[in-house]
Write a protein that binds this ligand. Structure first.
Ligand code: KG4
Ligand code: ZN
Length: 340
């Protein structure tokens, strides 16, 4: 009975999105995200600027989340926050804010691992979004992460594979930069790819052991390929943009899917959940749909709002930890490298 009305305020500040959310049990009441556009002109996230923008955004974002949820801070049961992994200067803002607020309100503080939150985002209660059954495989793909995780329970996770260098979102963004597209280029590569021939320009697939990934070699081969072609025809990129994007996307999706297939075969698990900003990609979505028919998988893609960095996913982990009485004390510090 005592667990019927849990209100969690969650704070996410690990990278370049300042976000606050309020959850009532496993349901989202509000999920406010302030995306920092300042980084666009630099072609990537600048840590110092991200930290400064978090400091400016955090108070208004938290106010807005409480107002949208129509909740007074006195009603809150606990404060959940992203402890890591992420950029230290960014994490520090959310961590300090959460600690002070929990102290001031005299309510529990709950630390959350950002990668675990990307996975448990599937358990935010939403209509028409069935939740994966344990055990399942989670593929987390974003600008900062690429992981395959075996999920046996909410708090029983095992990383089966991860990137050894760039994240898959970075592979999209850096390829886009080579083509002269603005940051973040992933969605643009996707847009042009849908109009092109994926087999037009074959790029080599990296040979990486086990279930790990590597994307930095692909980036280099795209760079050399484009430099060579542009030498022969200065208009090569403009004339072939759709085909180049389709070929890049085809290669990246092929890399992801072959590792996912390997993981499914190795574990015998056919429940597959994805998350992270790259889940928006039309190629990966189609490949997963095809895999349902081809391999009998059941696939889960959360609402896009919960795929990109957001505080609601921190809130669901906060709620699940609250039920277990798993609280943190005021001595807790941010952790830039934090394995699940
Ligand atoms: O999860 P997210 O919002 O932030 C990080 O934690 O990184 O992911 C952002 C990444 C960027 O690299 C962006 O280019 C990529 O997701 N992305 C896409 C698409 N939409 C976003 N990449 C490929 N196709 C898309 N449609
Ligand atoms: Zn993330």
């Amino acid at each position: 009975m005592e667990h019927q009305n849990i209100y969690i305020l969650a704070i996410e500040s690990s990278c370049d999105d300042t976000s606050a959310a309020v959850l009532h049990n496993n349901k989202k009441l509000s999920n406010v995200v302030a995306t920092q556009h300042i980084h666009e002109e630099y072609g990537g996230v600048v840590p110092e600027l991200a930290s400064r923008a978090h400091q400016q955004n955090i108070v208004p974002v938290v106010h807005q989340a409480l107002a949208k949820a129509n909740i007074d801070k006195k009603q809150l049961s606990a404060i959940a926050f992203t402890r890591g992994p992420g950029l230290m200067g960014s994490l520090l803002v959310g961590t300090s804010f959460a600690k002070s607020l929990a102290l001031g309100l005299d309510i529990p503080l709950i630390e959350v691992n950002h990668m675990q939150a990307h996975i448990l985002a599937h358990f935010i209660d939403e209509e028409n979004n069935p939740k994966p059954q344990f055990p399942f495989l989670a593929l987390t793909i974003s600008g900062g992460h690429t992981q395959i995780v075996l999920v046996k329970g909410y708090f029983d996770l095992e990383i089966l594979g991860e990137t050894l260098d760039d994240a898959v979102g970075e592979a999209f963004d850096k390829s886009a930069k080579i083509l002269g597209l603005p940051y973040p280029g992933g969605p643009l590569v996707d847009k042009y790819a849908q109009l092109g021939n994926p087999k037009a320009f074959p790029f080599p697939k990296p040979k990486v052991k086990d279930l790990n990934f590597s994307f930095s070699g692909l980036k280099t081969s795209i760079l050399y390929f484009i430099q060579k072609q542009v030498k022969e025809n200065p208009n090569f990129v403009e004339e072939n943009l759709n085909d180049i994007c389709a070929s890049i996307q085809y290669t990246i999706i092929d890399i992801l899917m072959s590792k996912l297939k390997k993981a499914a075969k190795q574990t015998g698990i056919k429940q597959i959940a994805i998350g992270g900003g790259v889940s928006a990609n039309s190629g990966i979505r189609q490949a997963l749909k095809d895999a349902e028919n081809k391999y009998g998988w059941t696939t889960y893609v959360p609402k896009f709002e919960y795929c990109t960095d957001n505080a609601a996913m921190i809130g669901i982990v906060g709620y699940l930890k609250y039920l277990e009485g798993n609280f943190s004390d005021q001595s807790i510090t941010a952790k830039a490298r934090y394995v699940i």
